[in-house]
Design a protein around this ligand. Structure first.
Ligand code: FEO
Length: 162
């Protein structure tokens, strides 16, 4: 069994993962409206990943016989000026999520909750990937600059994300 403190913290993290999903879905919809099909696809896949993150926590609470509390999900923005702004916001957001995961690890360590500490390692590794992929896309956008043909190829590449 996990402590009440850990239980509440994981319930809050489920909400945060769902908020992330909501954020990326909004970016996907906005990108589609702007005609950026690849960017839209990338964020749609990111939405799926965030829901998977949330459901992993849901499954873990179930395995610990702890009730999942679905709290209201705060509203997210609806529009961004451009793809670059979306990815900048993504990187900033993922850094925040990394800090949240590390805070959960701190609770697990303080409470000598070895099972949760072990479970959280998947998220620790995942956050390294999440930050790296946002950074890689921002680096690519830096190279693209104002070149419209290069941006077209960039968008096409993002369309391939499965
Ligand atoms: Fe669930 Fe993108 O962190």
């Amino acid at each position: 069994m996990i402590s009440n403190r850990m239980h509440e913290a994981i319930n809050a993290q489920i909400n945060a993962e769902m908020w992330s999903a909501y954020l990326y879905l909004a970016m996907s919809l906005d990108a589609a409206e702007k005609g950026l099909r690849g960017v839209s696809n990338w964020f749609r896949k990111q939405y799926d990943e965030e829901m998977e993150h949330a459901f992993k926590f849901v499954g873990y609470l179930g395995s610990q016989l702890a009730k999942v509390e679905l709290k209201p999900i705060d509203a997210v923005p609806a529009t961004w000026c451009c793809a670059k702004k979306m990815f900048e916001e993504t990187l900033t957001h993922e850094k925040k999520v990394t800090a949240m995961i590390h805070a959960l690890c701190d609770i697990a360590a303080e409470e000598k909750d070895y099972a949760t500490a072990n479970f959280l390692q998947w998220y620790v590794a995942e956050q390294v990937e999440e930050e790296a992929s946002a950074q890689e896309i921002l680096d690519a956008l830096e190279c693209v600059g104002e070149d419209k043909a290069a941006f077209y190829m960039f968008d096409k590449e993002l369309a391939a994300r499965k």
